[in-house]
Design a protein. Structure first.
Lengths: 343, 297
């Protein structure tokens, strides 16, 4: 130890000082921020792995996934999850067979009736009341049903807004503008409290379906605007070319405009889908037992009282994971659908 | 389509829409008379008989429902404007760091934006309220000699008292919106052609000067439409206040519906309050847009 050069310490100190202050004065600032963030992350990780109590999550996993779905019937939502997972996998990594690619869209559409059948029962399965639906199952069901219904309505509204007929154009503009001006919670509240008032006596729609209808009302207006943007991006040459081929107006819409508009609007529609998935959490305010609703009832349980942080971190990571998967799938789809790369 | 055909079609459409609305309104009238509520706005002048934790103007439970609704509207406006300012400052800072040269800050801000954007606002709000404010066990979390005091009763800043509900909503909304605003800012700055950067560098203008004097003025018009839609979203998102018990316009409407059962009237009031709010924001942003356009010429 004694034969160490006494200058080494000061030298290294000067070196460190030079390193910190040499390139620019920001480097030092950088270093401090780096240390602060590392210590924050370290604290967070120690809390997650040592100080927190994850029993509130691990002992309720069933509730988070299925709500109060009858335990002996829980294979049905599980089966549905697996079918969704496999079709996602096929879409992203599946083989490039033409017939498969062409029919994949029907597979996606088919998952929604399959899910409704599996959850609802009937036709050989035990019927399960909608008040037993809950957790992640209900969140995914509301999201997928709403997006499936609002896509065609959105396309129709977008076409109507560009229509040459004055009244149709004004009506759809009015609908879209009003829906986009009103907060979602008001629309959902309309669905839960006011839809029953507008129905004839004796006809009743279930709570879950009213939520899906309200979401469809809301999301279709936003999707209509996204598709309108897509329609506007198509050059007039396309329409002229189609006309010169002798296609009529409806054929132009169906074969030329809508497919191209959908491809352009795909990122925007994915954003709507992600927003919709997150916004299903609002239904917990209106009393549905979806992911957040289940968590609120778990937090009200005296056994788990006050364990907010664990539950919220768990929920946030579940939502984050699903949103990231959706964004990833949409990015892959976008790459697959892009043509004229060297345009 | 020929002109006559178009007119005929429109008349048919009018009848179809009127008929559909007629059926709905008929159903509504039947349902309302059956429950014995009816449809009128006379109840607005009756005393509200519920108290509000927060009211910018004097209010007591003996005041009318209309006054309570107005207080709710003012509360909404208060939280919208304050979080709009905070979110813009914060979002701009993050947006600048996101496109900046510093790779460490780029990574941090990118992570921040993805995490905030991919988790529901409702969970963030509840986290801020239940964990952030109500979770403070001892008397105060941060106390700087009468200037700033953060406790489970809220924030006290220079003698200004902010309730914990308001503060949680303010933080939640600002941080959620700031992630979206940062993306708008990034898009705006990236819309300025790279040649502009090269040009000011070749003229010997410093990075800071060039960024402020050359890049920002050109990016400003690209910010405005994105910012407007984010502000409108912020205004709409402020209705989630009901989840943490802040008395905004939606929460007060909800209370009134629970008290009186007048869902239809309250829904109409709610929609009109929001149309007015939206009009306010779009008008103000339109004026800002115009002044920016003027200053460019």
């Amino acid at each position: 130890m004694n034969n160490i050069n006494p200058n080494l310490n000061t030298n290294s100190f000067i070196k460190i000082k030079k390193f910190l202050l040499s390139k620019s004065k920001y480097n030092f600032c950088n270093f401090i921020f780096f240390v602060i963030s590392i210590s924050l992350i370290f604290n967070f990780l120690t809390w997650i792995f040592i100080n927190s109590n994850w029993k509130v999550v691990t002992s309720n996993l069933n509730l988070y996934a299925f709500g109060s779905f009858p335990p002996d019937q829980q294979w049905r939502p599980t089966l549905w999850f697996f079918s969704l997972l496999s079709i996602t996998f096929i879409t992203v990594y599946g083989p490039k067979w033409n017939w498969l690619r062409k029919n994949l869209i029907f597979g996606w559409i088919g998952t929604v009736p399959l899910g409704i059948y599996l959850l609802n029962g009937g036709l050989g399965l035990n019927p399960v009341m909608t008040r037993h639906w809950g957790g992640l199952t209900l969140t995914i069901l509301i999201t997928s049903c709403s997006i499936l219904f609002s896509l065609p309505i959105g396309i129709l509204l977008a076409l109507c807004r560009r229509s040459s007929i004055f009244l149709i154009q004004k009506l759809s503009s009015f609908y879209i503008d009003v829906m986009r001006a009103v907060p979602l919670i008001a629309v959902l509240f309309f669905g839960q409290l006011l839809i029953p008032l507008f129905l004839p006596v004796g006809l009743e729609i279930d709570r879950v379906w009213r939520a899906i209808i309200a979401f469809t009302f809301f999301v279709s207006a936003y999707i209509a605007e996204d598709i309108r943007g897509g329609l506007q991006s198509i050059s007039n040459n396309q329409i002229e070319a189609a006309k010169s081929l002798g296609l009529n107006k409806h054929q132009i819409n169906i074969f030329i405009l809508i497919p191209q508009a959908l491809r352009v609007a795909l990122p925007a529609i994915t954003n709507q889908l992600i927003g919709l998935f997150q916004n299903t959490s609002l239904m917990s305010i209106l009393g549905l037992m979806e992911l957040l609703g289940v968590s609120r009832s778990i937090l009200a349980n005296p056994e788990f009282i006050g364990q907010y942080i664990e539950v919220y971190i768990w929920l946030a990571s579940v939502y984050w994971l699903f949103c990231t998967i959706m964004a990833f799938v949409s990015k892959k789809l976008e790459q697959k659908l892009t043509i004229n790369k060297g345009y | 389509m020929s002109k006559n055909k178009k007119i005929f079609f429109q008349i048919l459409l009018v009848f179809a829409v009127l008929g559909f609305l007629g059926i709905l309104i008929n159903n509504l009238i039947i349902n309302l008379t059956r429950t014995g509520i009816g449809f009128n706005f006379n109840w607005l002048t009756k005393p509200a008989s519920f108290s509000l934790a927060e009211h910018p103007l004097p209010y007591s439970p003996s005041d009318s429902y209309a006054w309570a609704l107005f207080m709710g509207w003012m509360n909404s406006l208060k939280v919208i404007i304050s979080s709009l300012v905070l979110a813009t400052c914060f979002g701009t800072l993050i947006g600048f760091l996101r496109v900046g040269k510093n790779s460490f800050f780029r990574v941090i801000t990118a992570g921040y934006i993805t995490v905030i954007r991919q988790t529901p606002l409702l969970i963030q709000l509840m986290c801020w309220y239940f964990v952030g404010f109500l979770g403070i066990r001892n008397n105060s979390f941060l106390n700087i000699s009468n200037l700033l005091n953060i406790s489970n009763k809220g924030i006290e800043l220079f003698g200004l008292n902010l309730s914990s509900e308001f503060s949680a909503l303010l933080f939640g909304l600002s941080i959620f919106s700031s992630a979206f605003i940062a993306e708008v800012i990034r898009g705006g700055i990236q819309s300025v052609p790279i040649g502009q950067w090269e040009a000011f560098r070749s003229l010997g203008i410093s990075e800071k000067q060039g960024f402020i004097k050359i890049i920002i003025p050109q990016a400003l018009p690209a910010f405005i439409p994105g910012l407007t839609s984010q502000y409108l979203n912020l205004a709409k998102n402020s209705t989630l206040a009901i989840a943490i018990g802040y008395a905004d316009i939606y929460a007060i409407n909800d209370t009134i519906i629970n008290q009186t059962g007048r869902a239809v009237e309250c829904f109409i009031i709610l929609i009109f309050s929001f149309l007015i709010l939206n009009l306010l924001i779009t008008k103000v942003m339109g004026i800002i847009d115009k002044s920016i356009m003027k200053s460019r010429i």
